[in-house]
Design a protein around this ligand. Structure first.
Ligand code: 16G
Ligand code: ZN
Length: 542
């Protein structure tokens, strides 16, 4: 380590005095002006991580669905997973070190994580379309360079594309080529193969309206368009040429407000979807003839994919391979449908992609989705090998064809992380193959009415949870109160958890009617307010 060079370079990316940030559920997030030193230091950390694992790692500059003025950064591990939890703490330590401590913190991390400082380091960099992203990614480059790492800057990419590229690089091309062209070709080849099998529905062209949140999704979808089969017509809205990123549009806006994004004219019964700002989340929706808005969230996406895969897996003699992973936010109706009607095991884990991804790896075929639209499907090596072999060698035509469809699904799904583009193509292929309309998909089950609230408290850590966040273990008495309140409503369920991204406690409630869900959410919010040190005015009825 060239200490003089480190000192000089770091001085160009000074840490604002007193500022302390934490590597949270999805990396660092803050106002863009506060992040220059964080980016430089994450460049440093990426080099250390790359040396520790002797592989290429990724750095993505984005703040996802957050306002355009914000930014953030996430590290990507060699197989395209989120940064290993043991390194999240190093990230926080390095981010908050004062200038004069920087070198000793680096040395400490190297000791703790057995990093050989003489090894090669390789880092892939990507960024979203925020005005601040280009300069911030330059700070990442400075950090990488000063520690002697190599880098490849892919420039503007979606978050899932960067995950994919890192995985391709470290699997020596087995997962695909580490170029954007390689990504487009792999996905579109699989998609085209699947669409060839679709029964012609009389409708020769398939239209889909996509709200791109004024972000990177628009750019990348238009790059990909020439690769799509010509009967699939994707119409892009909120492409970033007119309005601000994520402003009144995008997957998060649509999910939270349960209404159409600005800038997309909904016609009755038209199939539409929204990406978020870095294109790793997707939700679908439509408006019926009476003007009623129908949201089709991550739970319904997981259900559609599970129904489809279950049928195919049964055909190839692997019906017990499938499991679904959800969080406590999953609508009770979805869990009920998956368990009772589809007879698929369902597992609940803590909020945050890394938890779902980790759990899904335990199964031959693990479908995971958060209700907010973040998710994918993971296939074990053994399951994939078996499917590929059947697709090639199986004599029974029906079984062989099912294996071929599964093989193409494996190629179409981005297994490194939830990917709005890949998920969209998976959904479009399933709807076409099954001849399902968006209304029929929506009608598979009816969501229980629900309500999400936030409560301001002095210290959100006062609320502790267990059992995948479904039970509160602190403050004392809170869970007992929630249990008593839930009992007063039908088909009711409620839980509370401290947010990982905002200084609030979140409350979720569902029940048989919207009035009951609203009342329950308010009652639980009041209980949190009184028992966990509420700030400001008490929560008001909805
Ligand atoms: C982050 C997570 C998302 C989760 C959300 C919960 C990733 C990539 N993103 O955005 O999965 O749903 O946090 O936020 O893991 P909350 O803790 O504020 O409710
Ligand atoms: Zn995102």
């Amino acid at each position: 380590m060239d200490l003089e060079a480190l000192k000089n370079s770091s001085a160009l990316h000074p840490k604002p005095p007193g500022l302390a940030l934490q590597y949270g559920t999805a990396g660092f997030r803050a106002r863009a002006q506060q992040l220059d030193h964080i980016m430089f230091r994450m460049g440093l950390l990426a080099v250390l991580r790359s040396r520790a694992v002797a592989a290429t790692v990724g750095v993505m500059v984005t703040a996802s669905h957050n306002p355009e003025e914000d930014n953030g950064v996430k590290l990507v591990d060699p197989l395209g997973e989120m940064l290993h939890p043991s390194w999240e703490e190093y990230a926080t330590q390095l981010a908050n070190a004062e200038e004069e401590e920087l070198q000793s913190v680096i040395t400490e991390i190297c000791q703790k994580a057995a990093v050989n400082q003489h090894k090669d380091a390789s880092v892939f960099i990507g960024r979203d379309t925020r005005p601040s992203s280009e300069q911030l990614s330059q700070a990442v480059v400075d950090g990488i360079s000063v520690l002697g790492g190599q880098y490849h800057d892919y420039g503007l990419v979606t978050t899932p594309q960067l995950h994919y590229l890192v995985c391709c690089q470290n699997t020596q091309g087995q997962y695909g080529r580490a170029t954007l062209e390689g990504y487009y070709e792999k996905l579109s080849r699989a998609f085209t193969e699947l669409m060839k099998q679709a029964p012609s529905s009389g409708e020769h062209q398939r239209h889909l309206k996509v709200d791109c949140a004024n972000g990177i999704g628009a750019l990348k979808l238009s790059e990909m368009e020439p690769y799509f089969p010509k009967e699939v017509l994707i119409h892009l809205y909120n492409d970033g040429t007119k309005e601000k990123l994520n402003h009144l549009c995008g997957a998060d806006f649509v999910k939270v407000n349960q209404k159409a994004p600005r800038g997309l004219d909904l016609k009755p019964n038209e199939r539409c979807c929204s990406f978020d700002g870095d294109a790793d989340r997707i939700v679908y929706y439509y408006e019926d003839t009476s003007g009623h808005f129908h949201l089709i969230d991550g739970d319904k996406i997981a259900t559609l994919i599970s129904i489809f895969l279950k049928e195919l897996l049964a055909k190839v003699g692997q019906s017990s391979a499938l499991a679904v992973v959800q969080t406590a936010y999953a609508n009770g109706s979805s869990t009920h449908y998956l368990q009772e009607t589809l007879k698929v095991p369902v597992h609940c884990v803590k909020t945050g992609v890394k938890h779902l991804h980790h759990k899904a790896q335990e199964f031959d075929v693990g479908v995971y989705f958060e209700a907010n639209g973040h998710g994918t499907v993971l296939f074990s090596k053994a399951a994939e090998t078996k499917i590929r072999q059947l697709a090639k060698e199986e004599k029974d035509a029906e079984k062989r064809d099912a294996a071929k469809v599964l093989g193409n699904m494996i190629d179409l799904i981005n297994q490194t992380v939830g990917d709005a583009v890949s998920d969209m193509l998976v959904i479009e292929a399933i709807l076409a193959l099954k001849g399902l309309s968006v209304q029929q998909w929506d009608a598979i089950y009816t969501d229980l009415p629900n309500r999400l609230l936030k409560v301001q408290v002095a210290d959100r850590r006062a609320v502790g949870t267990a059992d995948a966040e479904r039970r509160a273990v602190s403050p004392a008495g809170l869970q007992e109160q929630i249990d008593a309140l839930v009992k007063r409503h039908r088909l009711a369920r409620a839980f509370v958890r401290p947010s990982g991204t905002e200084d609030v406690v979140r409350v979720y409630a569902e029940a048989d009617t919207q009035e009951a869900a609203d009342a329950l959410a308010h009652e639980v919010a009041l209980a949190v307010y009184h028992l966990a040190g509420g700030k400001g005015a008490p929560p008001q009825p909805i």
